[in-house]
Design a protein around this ligand. Structure first.
Ligand code: NAD
Length: 502
């Protein structure tokens, strides 16, 4: 078995993985770029519909294969533990491959790679604890219970920003429930998923339980999510794509979990520890160069501390070290895609035109070669109707808005199409709890930000999507309830009248 590394992948066209076997796709080749140089470093294939069919068939075959279907729940858990152990041995390799593809900090990608075995172990432990309930139905001599069973083949579509982290948060609960998987990673960052398939086979999972096809969203991605052999779609990506997926999924009545974008409010109240808050605000937007779904891109500051917080945030932004994401002292790497660099520039222009005040950054740093770097950028005097306050930029651009009091804050913060994450800095517990209660967001962080856990459900409302990952909520996403009724009275029934509670 070959071992995938940045060196062995460099300059090659990566294979796909179907039924536990790597093969070269017959589809057209797509270049995958290294954002630190702006040069292509490897290629992936745009899989044909036939190849997607083959992957779905392999996954459906595995669902019927006794080697997977008849495993006990504990045996499934043990396989997942084995996979966790293999991943743990490969953390550096995984992180290096992912940095090559998306240019995020090596330290960040290593932390995310370390979270992979943690996630697998958490859900491995759940595999034999997925229970139904017994229901008293007011019918003597009848036993009524529910059981949870797998759905079938899960089609997993992931973005480029944190590929394996997004993938494992879907596949770990899906495997714990006994499903099988076909993954279509982003055309911009497929290498991690390809390398992962090798570790999956090494763990001893039966062939076909995990398959990877590559390619563009509109071709390979669409073929996967429109496939009638898919039992559920797990999608993480942008809201526009989420809409297309929901529409196409509806054709086959395929259920979907949609984890989409955000425009998350990050609030600093007048009673906050202002230095901690300014740190939180800076990290909340500039970590990962703003390329996280939960980026705290709308910073609301109470008017009496507005100038002071703005000054502190600017000072901290000025101190950010930009450069090669593999260096330990660097805090801001390049953007993953050239189109993202262009998108940020377009938002900067639009913000200026709409009257926002550029107080820091706004351009591209010099002396960093052809890498796709953008300065940390801060706009003050932003109002909630401006495009930079309403649309997801997915780059290092912070909008700083002002609020008067709690009513004003909630009105502005909730006036958004998105509702993914939120954060508030205050030393007043009552105030924090009132905000928690009324903010429209799937997650609320109080005196902290960007602090997820595999044990804690994540997911948005409104245009940030629906469904949950992590925690026991994820088990509900990847299993279905079957209801069983047993009559043990031995009595003859009047079969012509429904035995309903009257
Ligand atoms: P994207 O929507 O462009 O692409 C995501 C994936 O969908 C890719 O694999 C792409 O090939 C595929 N795709 C595109 N069109 C498709 C189609 N018609 N049918 C099937 N698949 C299709 O998103 P992106 O640019 O890769 O990622 C950035 C977005 O992801 C941001 O909006 C970000 O907020 C979001 N995101 C959300 C979360 C979350 O947990 N809510 C996490 C990470 C990223």
């Amino acid at each position: 078995m070959s071992e995938f590394t940045v060196e062995t992948m460099q300059g090659t066209c990566l294979p796909i993985s179907i039924g536990g076997t790597y093969r070269q796709s017959g589809g057209a080749e797509i270049e995958s770029f290294d954002p630190t140089t702006g040069q292509a470093w490897c290629r992936v294939s745009d899989c044909t519909t036939g190849e997607v069919d083959a992957a779905v068939a392999a996954a459906n075959g595995a669902m019927r294969n006794p080697a997977w279907r008849d495993l006990t729940q504990s045996q499934r858990g043990l396989l997942m533990l084995k996979l966790a152990e293999i991943l743990e041995r490969n953390i550096d390799r995984i992180a290096e491959i992912e940095v090559k593809d998306n240019g995020k900090l090596l330290r960040e990608m290593r932390a995310l790679a370390q979270a992979l075995p943690v996630g697998l172990r958490y859900f491995a432990g759940m595999a034999d604890k997925i229970e139904g309930t017994t229901i008293p139905v007011n019918k003597p001599d009848m036993l009524n219970f529910t059981m949870r069973e797998p759905l079938g083949v899960i089609g997993v579509i992931i973005p480029w920003n944190s590929p394996l982290y997004m993938m494992v948060r879907a596949i770990a609960p899906a495997l714990a429930c006994g499903n099988t998987i076909v993954v279509k990673p982003s055309e911009h960052a497929s290498a991690g998923a390809i390398a992962f398939a090798e570790m999956f086979s090494e763990a001893g999972f039966p062939d076909g339980v995990f398959n990877v096809v590559t390619g563009y969203g509109h071709s390979a991605g669409n073929a996967l999510i429109s496939h009638p052999g898919i039992a559920k779609i797990d999608f993480t990506g942008g809201p526009a794509t989420g809409r297309i997926i929901a529409r196409n999924a509806a054709e086959n009545l395929t259920p979907a979990t949609l984890e989409l974008g955000g425009k998350s409010p990050h609030v600093v109240c007048d009673d906050a520890d202002l230095d901690a808050a300014a740190n939180g605000v800076v990290a909340g937007i500039f970590a990962a160069a703003g390329q996280t779904c939960v980026a705290g891109s709308r910073c609301f500051v109470q008017e009496s501390v507005y100038d002071e917080v703005l000054t502190r945030v600017i000072d901290k932004a000025r101190a950010i070290r930009i450069g090669d994401p593999r260096r330990d002292d660097v805090q801001l790497g390049p953007l993953a895609l050239w189109s993202q660099v262009e998108k940020v520039a377009e938002f900067v222009d639009s913000a200026k035109e709409q009257g926002a005040r550029l107080v820091f950054g706004g351009g591209r740093p010099s002396g960093l070669g052809n890498g796709w770097y953008v300065e940390p950028t801060i706009f003050a005097d932003v109002t909630n109707d401006m495009r930079i306050a309403r649309e997801e930029i997915f780059g290092p651009v912070l909008s700083v808005l002002k609020f008067r009091d709690e009513e004003d804050l909630l009105e502005q913060a909730n006036d958004s199409d998105f509702a993914l994450a939120s954060g508030i800095w205050t030393q007043n517990l009552n105030r924090a709890l009132r905000f928690m209660r009324r903010i429209e967001a799937g997650m609320v962080w109080i005196n902290t930000y960007r602090s997820p856990s595999v044990m804690s459900p994540v997911g948005g409302f409104k245009e940030s999507g629906y469904g949950k990952h992590n925690g026991f909520a994820a088990i509900e996403e990847f299993s279905r309830i079957k209801t069983v009724v047993i009559d043990y009275s031995g009595a003859q029934q009047d079969a012509f009248v429904m035995r309903i509670n009257k």
